[in-house]
Design a protein around this ligand. Sequence first.
Ligand SMILES: *Cc1c(COP(=O)(O)O)cnc(C)c1O
Length: 419
Amino acid sequence: MTQAPADKRAKPAHPPQTRFPVVDNTLQVGGEPVTALAERADGRAFYAYDGALMRERVAALRAVLPAGVELHYAMKANPMPAVVNHMASLTDGLDVASARELAIALASGTDPLDISFAGPGKSDEDLAAAVAAGVIIILESPTELERVAALAAHAAVDPRVAVRVNPDFELKASGMKMGGGPKPFGIDAEQVPDVLARIGDLPLEFRGLHIFSGSQNLRPEALVEAHDRTVELALRLAAAAPVPVRWVNIGGGLGVPYFPGEQPLDLGPVMANLARRVEELRAALPSAAIVMELGRYLVAEAGIYVARVTDRKVSRGQVFLVTNGGLHHHLALSGNFGQIIRKNYPVCIGNRVESGDRESVTIVGPLCTPMDLLAERMELPRADIGDLVVVFQSGAYGFSASPHGFLSHPEPLEFFLPG
Ligand SMILES: *Cc1c(COP(=O)(O)O)cnc(C)c1O
């Protein structure tokens, strides 16, 4: 945890990490000292997810979400089955992106009509599983529409479909842009009326529209604009629907602060505007459920990643801590998951959180590549072999978004602590 230096021109700092309590100078997660978890991990690096923090996050969001907006969990952020079961109990539905995620979602007991399956390039097996389960298939292309329709003949119920729209705008200043311009995701807004007409001619149960314009956004004004344009587009396209629209997924995009200088998203203006837009949607499409789908916003801040220091060395004046964790466990931490320039995640030494004896350190993993960085020149309490490096904001796009096979070191473990 970097303290803001007194110097006014000082480098921007991370916001203080206050979610995980500190007892006896040791970070606690889910009521357990991180040192006890490290013992259970028996020398392996690990992730730990705190279910109570997820519950708090969902409750805080629901307190400001306009009435009647359903909250879905996008499983790709963290598909650990224990996390998915927990999120299924807290939210109104799940968004999946593969047959394996679908199986985990169904095993959580979630109603198939509260599960949607998105993603370009669904395989025949993916589509068959989705049709058999009766979940909402988010159509990503005209070809996929015909492939789903071909499965209808053997299906107990008409396949349920929604159209993913590639909007004619994009969520500005997003971590990852996923709409606007030419995109592999969804069907261009201009083509959607023809696709909707075709759906009306086929044995399909049309549910509605999915408009996802981006993710990891920390700027309220960008989200306000995206919601305005999403609702406008949904209303325009709904006029061409073969039957009344029953489902409008307005996407998500709420970001979390990872890097120095970033602040938590101010939901006030976003939700005030969304409340007005939702009223318009309700008035025009009274039979439509309105869904917001979020991944990282619900789980990122409830998770930590922990690696153990295995060596300490000084190279030409720079202190290096070598650990048993790194980019093969946590690609985003190393700066290689969509970031343009690498910045440090918030980090602490889990078994000596506060210490007067501080130093500037660079923390690396065991891989023979300069990309294997956990922290670069960070001010931290002096740490030694055996100490625990804790990385905050690690509950999303961590374990499952990392190349575990690279250099064939042991995989990290995952602990879910229900709290
Ligand atoms: C990845 C993805 C999400 C989740 O994004 P987050 O930034 O984790 O909230 C939601 N919807 C779709 C369609 C996605 O592809």
